[in-house]
Design a binder for this molecule. Structure first.
Ligand code: ADP
Ligand code: MG
Length: 465
């Protein structure tokens, strides 16, 4: 049993049911041997007497005797002869009629289900040797029926089950909420709370939920402050950089040919800096969570093909190819620009690292409600220990490899954060035949055909690292 709810529910219920059954058994075991209903002691004489009175004194007397029994002991009885006729000539109620024919009448009221049946059928033989049947209905009390009330136990067990169910629900529901909130928080949704606000509970579990919410609140503030700082720094760096570019342009115009190469280098570095700041801004935005207003329905097939064609164009210089392969198309709900650059970062890496003259396979598949994008190249791959680390900001497998391309190690970090923000996952593995495969999985959006079209335009904007 893996669920806490089931554990609590079943164990409490078993304990209660066991207690109930044991209590009843103990009561019965310790009851004095001679103790049984007073009627049980009298029933033989009473039925014999009814038959004898009828034979000796006739219907009127037996009527009187049975009425007397009813008044003194509240026992209702009817005497039937061998032909099944009521001998005292009274109107026969239905229960007595069916009893005389050997059919046990159903209880008339629901509560009677919970007690032993009050009906008795007593065969008698009179002094003259004739057979009679006395149909009896016993009252509650000392004259009442005795026995273990089977349905009573059943109802006791079922109602204790209901109580245990409610108890188990009460105990585990905050844990379930806590678990869902923890999961959302782990997935990067910093607004996730377990919902202690409206609750008036004051027990340990409620305290735990409250503490979790305080922790989540604090975490959200901290992360937001951090990404705001990153954001502010990046913005502040942009303006001096822009002025630097303007100054560079002026210097270029006024300088002689001997300084041209130095100025070109400065321009290149300034471009890289600009690019880096752009990436940092993107990371800062990704850290502060999703912005639902920027989301739309995106057709991944078109996006993947577009990215591959662009990358293919650049890869031609190295006699490489990037081949898109849309096995089946899929739509996702997300931010077009972010997703575009997330996929593009991976495809460009592939095109960059794949060996000269080889091809990069970019495939899109749609299975089990997920879009799976795989980018497989024929490059050097990465060492096993770097397969996870390469998604961290500023991580480069070997510095020389990155530096010569101008990369700073932010591309895959942006990819990983973007994909996580869209509820997906990304991982990489080395191909047995050499090269690296990076796989992005994104949940597909169940959307109508018509809505996909306007979203495609937003996918066309390029922003890569
Ligand atoms: N397809 C690939 N083949 C081999 N190494 C790769 C591949 N893609 C990424 N890497 C390694 O992972 C590091 C991080 O990649 P990325 O985040 O895109 O940073 P960069 O800005 O250097 O491109 C790269 O420096 C590179 O060493
Ligand atoms: Mg890169």
């Amino acid at each position: 049993m893996r669920s806490l709810f089931l554990k609590i529910f079943v164990s409490y219920w078993l304990a209660q049911a066991l207690f109930l059954v044991l209590a009843i058994l103990v009561i019965f075991a310790f009851r004095q041997r001679g103790e049984f209903s007073e009627w049980q002691a009298q029933q033989a004489t009473a039925s014999q007497r009814a038959a004898d009175v009828f034979e000796k004194d006739g219907p009127a007397e037996v009527h009187r005797y049975l009425e007397e029994l009813r008044e003194s002991q509240h026992v209702r009885a009817y005497l039937f002869d061998e032909q099944g006729r009521e001998v005292s000539g009274r109107a026969v109620p239905r229960w007595a009629d069916s009893l005389s024919r050997g059919i046990r009448p159903p209880p008339r009221e629901f509560w009677q289900h919970m007690a032993p049946s009050p009906f008795r059928r007593l065969p008698v033989t009179s002094a003259a040797g004739h057979s009679y049947t006395l149909a009896v209905m016993l009252p509650p009390g000392p004259f009442g029926p005795r026995g273990v009330p089977g349905l009573g136990i059943l109802i006791g067990i079922i109602s204790s089950g209901l109580v245990c169910y409610l108890l188990a629900r009460y105990l585990t529901s905050p844990v379930v909420r806590l678990r869902a909130a923890t999961r959302r928080l782990a997935e990067g949704d910093l607004t996730a709370r377990a919902g202690s606000a409206g609750s008036r509970r004051r027990d340990e579990i409620a305290e735990l939920v409250r503490d979790f919410d305080i922790m989540a609140e604090r975490l959200e503030t901290l992360v937001k402050a951090q990404s705001r700082l990153l954001n502010d720094i990046s913005h502040e760096l942009r303006s001096p950089l822009a002025r630097l570019n303007v100054a560079l342009g002026l210097a270029r115009q006024r300088s002689g040919p001997e300084t041209q190469s130095a100025l070109e280098r400065m321009e290149l570095e300034s471009d890289r800096l600009n690019h880096l700041i752009g990436s940092l801004l993107t990371i800062a935005r990704l850290e502060s969570g999703a912005d639902p207003s920027r989301k739309s329905v995106l057709a991944l097939g078109v996006m993947v093909t577009e990215i591959a064609i662009d990358a293919d164009y650049e890869a031609q210089a190295r006699h490489c190819h990037v081949k898109p392969r849309v096995v089946n198309d899929c739509r996702v709900w997300g931010e077009g620009i972010l997703l575009h650059s997330a996929i593009e970062n991976v495809v460009r890496n592939g095109a960059h690292y794949t060996a000269e003259g080889t091809a990069v396979d970019v495939s899109l598949e749609h299975t089990g409600g997920e879009a799976i994008i795989r980018v497989a190249d024929s490059g050097p791959g990465v060492p096993e220990e770097a397969l996870e680390k390469m998604f961290r900001p500023f991580y480069r497998v070997d510095d020389a490899r990155g530096r010569e391309t101008g990369g700073v190690g932010l591309g895959l970090a942006i990819t990983e954060r973007t994909v996580r923000l869209h509820g997906g996952t990304v991982k990489a593995w080395n191909r047995p035949e050499g090269g690296l495969t990076v796989e992005i999985r994104l949940p597909c959006a169940p959307v109508p055909e018509a809505e996909a079209a306007p979203a495609l335009a937003s996918a066309g904007t390029h922003q890569n690292t």
